[in-house]
Structures are given as C-alpha cells and as structure tokens.
Design a protein around this ligand. Structure first.
Ligand code: NAD
Ligand code: 6OD
Length: 495
C-alpha cells in the first residue's frame, strides 16, 4: 500500500489524504492536538484545491466504471467487509477516537465504534431489500400503461462531518451513500482526523475499489470543506454540524444546485413530570446532559421540571454532577472527559460567565477544574447546572454544546410545552412521565424531529432522523437515507 497512517519515533502520527486508492501528502500540514492533555497526536496533511479535484475525478471515474455499475450484492458484500474490518481493528479505533476527542474509552467502545460498524451493516442489509413503486394506469385505447420507478445514485457525494461523534456520524452518511452506488469524498472535522484515516485503511484493506471512498483533510472556509461545498463535480452534499456552518455551506453549494441534507444544531428540551419514575428520570437526564461532555446534538440543555418535584430533582442531579469522575479516556472509572479543544472550552466558559451575568443561580460547577497534573494542559470544564434564568436569556436560547443544563420549574403541562417550543431549533426532546396519554399528547405537541419518552438516544437505525426549524433539512436513516442518496426516476411504458 502507498504510505498510510505512520507513526514517527515519538508516536506522532502522519495522517494523509486518501485519494483514488492512494494515501497522498498535502502541500502543508496542521497539528492534531489531544484535549486530554494538550499534547501533539498527529500531523495532518491538508488537502488543497488540486487534491480535492483529484479526489472528485477519481470518484467520478470509479462511479461510472465500477461502483455505480456493481450489482447490489457485490456492493453489500464489500460493505459488510468494511464493518468486519472496523471490528478487526476495534481497539485501535477506540483508542484513536478517544485520543482525538478525549471521550472515555468506555463510551467510544460502547457507542462510537460499534455504531461505525453497524452503520455499514444496516445499509448493506437495506439496499438488498429496497423496493420500487409501480402504477398500472388506464389509457383511452384500453390497452393501458405501466409506470415504475427506478433509483439511480447521484454519482459523487460529499460528506462533511463534525468532531463530536466522528466515526459514528460520518459512517451514518458514508454507508447509505455507498450502498446506494455513490462514490464518496469525506471531509472529517479538522479536530478529529484519525478514525477517518483508519477507515480509509480499512476500505483499502478489504478491497473497496480505488476512488469509491476518498478522504480529504482540512478546515472549512477556504479549505477542503469549502472546496467540496463549491465543487461542480459533486452531485449531492450531506453535512452535520453547526447551523451557522450549514448556512455558509448552502451559500457555497447554491451555484451548482446540489441535493443537500443537513443535520444541524439543537437546544433541546427535557420535560420531567411529577408522575415520572424519578430514579429513571435522574439516570436519563444525567446521560442526556453530561454524556460525551454534553457534546451531543441531542443533549438536553433546557430541563423543565414540574414544581412538586423541582427541588428534589435539582438536588439529585446536582449530586450526580458532583460525583462525576472526570479524567483521562483510558481510565476505566472515567465518566466524563474534556471538551474537544481549548477553543471550545473558552466558548463554554464564556456561557458560564454569561449565565451568571444574566442572573442565573449556579447550582453546581460554573468553572473549570484544576488537577495539578498533565490534565491541566487539556480542555476540561465542570459539569454545571443553572437555575433562575428567564426563558428569554441568551443561555436559554443559544446552543452551548457542553456539560451544562438550566432547570426551570413549571406548573401546567401547557406551560412546559410552550417553553419547550420557544426556540429556533427542533432536533430532539425528552419526556419523563408514567402517564401514557400525556406521553402521547405532549410528544405530538413538542416540535422536534425525534421525541424520546422515558429514554434518551435509543436508536433504531431504520427510523427517520433529522431536525425541524434551524436543526436541519431532510431526514436520513433507513429508507429515508436511501431516498436522499438516490434519484428516483419514473418510466412510463405504453402497453
Ligand atoms: P462545525 O459546523 O463547526 O463543523 C462541521 C464540519 O464543517 C467540519 O468538518 C468543518 O471543518 C466543516 N466546515 C466548517 N465551516 C465550513 C465551511 N464554511 N464550508 C464547508 N465546511 C465547513 O460543527 P462542529 O463544531 O464540528 O460540530 C458541532 C455542531 O454540530 C453542533 O452545533 C452540533 O449540534 C452539531 N451537530 C448536529 C448533529 C445532528 O445530527 N443534527 C449531529 C452532531 C453535531
Ligand atoms: O444516532 C445517529 O444516527 C445520529 N445521527 C446521532 C446524532 C448525534 C448528534 O450528536
């Protein structure tokens, strides 16, 4: 194989672009720093415009000659092999994902990497059973006509992905795109380039045809991200990330009228009714606020609790936050790691400061821990709970993306629904109640792409996933993803 991921004598990796089946240098490199302790993990080769052009050309050629023509069984077989290949190198993927993000290995080994493999399996399964529509019709001559639809891949699909669940979220798009017969150009986040490069190695090892999958490293504006968004040779673009970035990408993509799918930010509510299973609600809210250091687009940053249990709930969640073990990813007892970067830490801390300026009561946290060891070079913040803010405050309106929530009491169900919906976003909601009728009623009233009742982040990969309002455009998952990654065409045959 051409040069791939290599370790220097100091264990600093070189991460190259994967273009047309070869690992290629960039014209310059950037550093990949771990938020665990601020040390250097890798030098990453940035793709310039010419490298992105080569990737697009390779993808187009492979689409036309090989991948787009391969029988579905053949594509599915290779995608199962990718899933197996990820699992074969499971520990390496886990260690890399945790080093890049700082997340506990207990999390990357239970969520990120298994889902990375599962994403390939489910879409390999689904593509084999995809159906078609057929409409026999009457005609004036009595002989009739038959309409039927066929699906055609777009050709070349650009995938631009974020850093919070790097392998999970990129493969959530790569797998259905490739299963549908498209060739892919992936631009992983500059913060988390490693598992994308390992995935390229797996694709190479299992014999994915050169050009069917490409990785270009770099940043957003005036770098690989923008080069993809603007590229005339890319037919469809799928993006996960911040809403503001989505707007920029939409502007860049508009000249070439690409098909777009956007999974964007959130400011998600959780509503806790007094009739809930209290312990389950505390367990679930601890996860939905603090898991992955709060860096999940589905996290609950606004928690509404019915007044009779408000004080007890706040005290119980505070106790969970204060006993949370913050530490290095490889320590099995670690429950929460650092944020993704020092820069993001500054952003989260600025919201902690803003909350106080807006009049919040700090129930717990509100700052950054000091460890007195190498972790002080990392990007850690305290798990934090606020109360007392008005619903109009910026902290209640803007996505923070950290281990933090604000808890508001409510008296009537309609007040909780009104406050939950008083947001520009509409990604996810959680409802805690044992009243079945209320569960259905409130779920239907809360405006969110996904509403969980008495659970959080429970995923059936066949279901539609996506956001309302500023949280996104379109739905992916199961058949919905296959619809996005293909063009449906109608053929009408006069009999
Ligand atoms: P981000 O928008 O900063 O970056 C995402 C990707 O876009 C990165 O690869 C980045 O390099 C690239 N990018 C940035 N500017 C670009 C530009 N102008 N043109 C092209 N590409 C560009 O997001 P992030 O900070 O990596 O991720 C966190 C955000 O993602 C949060 O807002 C979170 O809610 C959101 N998110 C949403 C979902 C969802 O499913 N709705 C899932 C995960 C994360
Ligand atoms: O589970 C998924 O498929 C998914 N898209 C999760 C998104 C998480 C956001 O951070």
């Amino acid at each position: 194989m051409a040069s791939r991921t290599t370790d220097t004598p100091h264990n600093v990796r070189e991460l190259r672009n994967y273009v047309g089946g070869s690992f290629v240098d960039g014209t310059r490199t950037f550093d990949n720093i771990t938020p665990v302790d601020g040390t250097l993990l890798a030098r990453v080769h940035e793709a310039d415009q010419a490298t992105v052009d080569r990737a697009v050309l390779a993808a187009r050629e492979t689409y036309e000659k090989v991948w787009g023509r391969m029988p579905v069984e053949g594509r599915a077989k290779l995608l199962y092999a990718v899933a197996d290949g990820i699992e074969k190198r499971f520990d390496e993927f886990v260690a890399a994902e945790s080093a890049d993000t700082g997340k506990p290995r207990s999390l990357s080994s239970h969520l990120d990497i298994p889902r990375g493999a599962a994403n390939f399996r489910i879409f390999a399964d689904l593509i084999k059973s995809v159906g078609t529509e057929c409409y026999p019709m009457d005609t004036p001559d009595g002989k009739g006509a038959l309409n039927y639809t066929i699906r055609q891949p777009h050709g070349v699909v650009g995938v631009i992905s974020p850093w919070n669940l790097p392998l999970l979220l990129s493969t959530w798009k790569i797998a259905p795109a490739m299963a549908s017969g498209n060739c892919v150009i992936l631009k992983p986040s500059e913060e988390t380039p490693t598992t994308a490069t390992l995935l390229a190695e797996v694709m190479h090892e299992v014999g994915i045809p050169p050009g069917a999958f490409n990785v270009v490293h770099g940043f957003g504006p005036n770098s690989a991200g923008e080069f993809i968004a603007r590229h005339r040779g890319i037919d469809a673009l799928t993006f996960t990330g911040e809403t503001r970035t989505g707007s920029e990408i939409m502007r860049s993509a508009s000249a070439n009228v690409k098909a777009l799918s956007f999974e964007l930010g959130g400011k998600n509510p959780a509503i806790v009714f007094a009739d809930c299973d209290f312990d389950a609600a505390i367990d679930g809210t601890t996860r939905s606020v603090f898991a992955n250091c709060g860096q999940v687009c589905l996290s609950s940053e606004r928690v509404y609790v019915e007044r009779p249990i408000f004080d007890r709930f706040v005290a119980a969640l505070k106790a969970r936050a204060e006993t949370m073990k913050i530490g290095r990813p490889e320590d099995a007892s670690t429950q929460m790691g650092p944020l993704i970067s020092r820069e993001h830490r500054d952003k989260v801390l600025s919201y902690y400061t803003l909350a106080k300026a807006e009049g919040a009561t700090v129930v717990t946290g509100g700052g950054a821990p000091r460890f007195g060891d190498e972790r002080d070079g990392g990007a850690y913040v305290d798990p934090t709970i606020f109360t007392g803010l008005s619903e109009a405050s910026r902290v209640q309106k803007e996505e923070i993306f950290g281990p933090v929530c604000h808890i508001t009491p409510f008296d009537r169900e309609e007040d909780a629904v009104r406050m939950a919906n008083d947001t520009d976003y509409g990604l996810a909601a959680v409802i805690w109640t044992t009243n079945l009728t209320r569960a259905h009623r409130v779920s239907q009233q809360v405006l969110a792409g996904i509403t969980w009742v008495n659970c959080w982040f429970l995923r059936d990969l066949r279901t539609p996933f996506g956001g309302m309002k500023l949280s996104g455009i379109g739905r992916e998952g199961g058949q919905h993803a296959l619809n996005f990654y293909s063009e449906q065409r109608n053929i009408c045959i006069k009999l």
